[in-house]
Write a protein that binds this ligand. Structure first.
Ligand code: NAD
Length: 315
């Protein structure tokens, strides 16, 4: 019998990273979890605190504060490190700053001999996932961004609330940039196999304009949460755990992630949110939805905005 166990290295134990670590051990997803952060004291404190919760977890996880050499035996490196947008700073400033930080992080991870899968959550996530792919030289299948996983979850949650149906019975996707140009794929949104456009006909109280408003609430959710509590972290943390499970347990689950396009949806050389089959090897394949003309146009716009934003930094 092999004594090989799953190891996840988490780089960046701020609000998102530490929430991910907490959710991960509560679901017993990995046997080993290594915490790495520039802020050594915070990360060390987190490792101690989380270890004290192990007696209450569904299965034991070995947790320690480590360094990049621990990536050598890791199956998955999850990156939640980076700077946040400061007042007066443009999005491009943030792209430049985080790309520089990521170059340093990826170089250190590669120096360990890491051969696993990268999972990126830091914003702007689609561009930084591209940066990790480029800096690492890894095959595209082994570089995954959290993409629109959270936006899709928000969409499903709100649709479930609106139609008063368990959100797990809602099948609907948000695709595109994780940001202002993302779009809902209404043409393939259904609840229990019945199109949303049919559901809306079943009761007078359901209205098309409510659905349009619902999407705006999905798209702008981060702004609404940041206004109230300064940052968003629980939802994305749970989404990252969902992805970690899909990878480590070889689930072949369909999840909206930031994946590298090589002609899918008519575009190439960009990481962007699309549904994809995820398993132990990373991204097995991208699921191509047959978009209608409006959706195609919006998706093309999202691709164009991403390419334009990253051009000065990554091309
Ligand atoms: P945070 O400031 O709380 O944490 C960032 C952490 O990164 C800090 O602990 C910091 O010490 C660490 N760090 C910075 N540079 C580092 C380096 N070179 N090496 C190692 N560690 C380093 O921020 P947060 O709220 O946890 O957010 C983290 C990122 O996640 C942000 O970019 C945020 O925008 C993003 N985010 C993404 C999603 C999503 O859906 N993808 C959702 C929410 C937040």
């Amino acid at each position: 019998m092999s004594d090989r166990v799953n190891r996840v290295v988490l780089v960046g134990t701020g609000a998102v990273g530490s929430s991910y670590a907490f959710a991960l051990i509560n679901q017993g997803v990995t046997e080993e979890l290594v915490l790495v952060d520039l802020n050594k004291a915070k990360s060390e404190g987190d490792a101690m605190d989380l270890n004290h919760g192990i007696p209450f977890a569904p299965s034991p996880t070995k947790i320690w504060f480590g360094d990049y050499s621990d990536c050598q035996d890791a199956d998955l490196v999850v990156i939640c490190a980076g700077a946040n947008q400061k007042p007066g700073e443009t999005r491009l400033d943030l792209v430049e700053k985080n790309t520089r930080i990521f170059k340093g992080i990826v170089d250190e991870i590669l120096a360990s001999g890491f051969k696993g899968i990268f999972l990126v959550a830091t914003n702007p996530v689609d561009i930084l996932t591209y940066a990790v792919w480029k800096f690492s030289g890894f095959p595209k299948e082994r570089v995954i961004g959290s993409g629109t996983i959270l936006d899709t979850a928000r969409f499903r949650y709100l649709l479930g609330e609106y139609f008063k149906v368990d959100t797990r019975n809602v099948h609907a996707y948000i695709i595109g940039e994780h940001g202002d140009t993302e779009l809902p794929v209404w043409s393939h949104a259904d609840i229990a196999g019945r199109k949303i456009s049919d559901w809306i006909e079943t009761k007078d109280e359901y209205k098309q304009e409510h659905l349009e408003e619902l999407f705006l609430n999905v798209r702008d959710a981060a702004y609404h949460i940041i206004e109230r509590k300064g940052a968003t972290f629980y939802g994305i943390a749970m989404g990252l755990v969902r992805l970690t499970k899909a990878i480590l347990q070889n689930e072949n689950s369909v999840i909206t992630v930031s994946a590298y396009l090589t002609g899918e949806y008519g575009h190439e050389d960009v990481f962007i949110g699309v549904p994809a089959v995820v398993n132990r090897k990373g991204i097995r394949e991208i699921v191509q939805l047959d978009l209608n003309d409006t959706e195609k146009e919006k998706f093309a716009h999202s691709v164009a905005v991403l390419k334009k934003t990253m051009e000065p930094v990554l091309k």
